[in-house]
Design a protein around this ligand. Structure first.
Ligand SMILES: [Zn+2]
Length: 216
C-alpha cells in the first residue's frame, strides 16, 4: 500500500519537473499565501484549483460544514498564523452545493460524533425551519442550508477577536462567503463580504475604536 503511495509521489514529482525543473526549488523558497480558505473536506475540488492558484498561494482549513467554531483550537491557531504572522488579505469561507454533511442534518442525523460537530448547523436549520421546509426538493433544500450556513460562519468569523483586532489595527483583511458547485466548477459569491470598514461592517468599526473591557 505505502509503495503505491510513494510511487505516485515519484510520478507526480517527475511530471511537475519535466517542463519546470525549478518547480520545487521555487516552492521551497517560501510561498506567501494571500488567502486563508475555510472549506468542507468532502468537497470534490482542491481550493487552489478552484481559485486558479498554486497550492502555496492558499492556506487551507477543512471542517465538516464548514464550521468556524469559536472554541475550535485548530481554526483559532490557524487564524492566528494567517492573520498575525502571514498577514493574509482575504479569508474565504466556502461551502459546496450537494454537501452530504448538510444533507444528513436535514435528514435527522444519526451519525454519532458527526452530529455533535454539526450541531450548530442543526440549530441553524431549526431557526430557518419555515424557509427550508418550504423547499420540497431535498437537494435544493440542502443547497439553501449550505448558503445559510456560509452566511452564519462569515458572521461568526466577523465576531472573532483575532479578526476584530486586525481590523482595529487597520490591517487589510476581508472576509468572503462563497458556495461552490461541483457540477460546473463555479463559485457563487454570496455577497456578504466584510472588511471591517463602516459600510461592510454595519458601522460597528466606524470609528475603529477598540472596545473597552467594560463594554465587552
Ligand atoms: Zn461538505
Amino acid at each position: 500500500m505505502t509503495e503505491a503511495l510513494i510511487r505516485r509521489n515519484l510520478d507526480g514529482v517527475a511530471a511537475r519537473t519535466r517542463d519546470d525543473p525549478d518547480h520545487f526549488l521555487r516552492l521551497a523558497g517560501g510561498p506567501k499565501p494571500q488567502c486563508l480558505w475555510i472549506g468542507c473536506p468532502d468537497c470534490g475540488a482542491a481550493p487552489h484549483e478552484i481559485l486558479g492558484l498554486s497550492a502555496g498561494d492558499v492556506l487551507v482549513h477543512h471542517s465538516l460544514g464548514p464550521i468556524v467554531g469559536p472554541h475550535d483550537i485548530a481554526i483559532l491557531a490557524l487564524l492566528e498564523v494567517a492573520i498575525d504572522l502571514t498577514a493574509v488579505r482575504r479569508i474565504v469561507v466556502c461551502g459546496h452545493y450537494g454537501c452530504a454533511s448538510l444533507r444528513g442534518v436535514l435528514q435527522g442525523g444519526g451519525r454519532g460524533l458527526v452530529d455533535h460537530w454539526l450541531q450548530p448547523v442543526s440549530v441553524l436549520s431549526e431557526r430557518h425551519a419555515a424557509t427550508l421546509e418550504a423547499i420540497s426538493d431535498l437537494e435544493a433544500r440542502t443547497n439553501a442550508l449550505c448558503e445559510l450556513n456560509i452566511r452564519e460562519q462569515v458572521a461568526c468569523l466577523a465576531r472573532n477577536s483575532l479578526v476584530r483586532d486586525a481590523w482595529w489595527r487597520g490591517q487589510p483583511l476581508s472576509l468572503h462567503g462563497f458556495a461552490y458547485s461541483e457540477k460546473d466548477g463555479l463559485l457563487r459569491d454570496l455577497e456578504i463580504s466584510r472588511d471591517g470598514g463602516p459600510a461592510s461592517h454595519r458601522g460597528q468599526h466606524a470609528s475603529r475604536k477598540r472596545p473597552t473591557k467594560a463594554s465587552t
